[in-house]
Design a protein around this ligand. Structure first.
Ligand code: NI
Length: 174
């Protein structure tokens, strides 16, 4: 297993819409790549990691949102994800491995139903709440070239951009 380099904002791949994973792309190579993504995410102590964050402009992501109750743990790979239903609302702090050291409040929906393909190419549907819902929305955004900065209120985005500049100047961004 390999730890892949994580790219940081404003790397263009983070702002590009990912290409769908084709039917002919499923197989051993993709499976290995997804295992590398899981390892990279764990190594960086993240709960979600999308392919564009490791420089691959494709629609897929991994997630692992642990809970105190192990049965509530959501560890998945979602390939060609689609959000098919959202409801409710949650407000909470969000971070992103492509924005090291930046945390900001982002409003998201509370419940999400998503449809995707698993590593075997089978259609799956998952229905999650809270952190897992936040994670799916955040990572599906990455597949669409959208970063969490785009989901902040204009004022918070302004604060965040200033903080990024400071982090870049002090060499804490690369
Ligand atoms: Ni992110």
């Amino acid at each position: 297993m390999a730890i892949l380099p994580i790219v940081h904002y404003p790397e263009p791949v983070l702002l590009t819409v990912g290409k769908p994973v084709g039917e002919d792309e499923f197989g051993e190579e993709l499976t290995r790549y997804v295992e590398d993504m899981f390892a990279t995410m764990a190594d960086a102590h993240g709960v979600g990691l999308a392919a564009p964050q490791v420089g691959l402009s494709k629609r897929l992501f991994v997630m692992d949102t642990p809970e105190t109750d192990e049965r509530a743990r959501e560890r998945h790979v979602l390939i060609n994800p689609e959000i098919i239903h959202v409801e409710g609302e949650q407000n909470g702090d969000e971070g992103c491995l492509s924005f090291p050291g930046l945390y900001q409040t982002v409003r998201r929906e509370m419940r999400v139903i998503a449809r995707a393909q698993n590593i075997k190419g089978e259609q799956v549907e998952i229905d999650v709440q809270d952190l897992a819902a936040r994670c799916i929305l955040h990572e599906t955004d990455h597949c669409d070239g959208i970063v969490f900065l785009d989901r902040m209120t204009p004022l918070k985005r302004q604060f965040a951009k200033r903080k990024i500049k400071t982090l870049q100047k002090t060499g804490k961004w690369n």
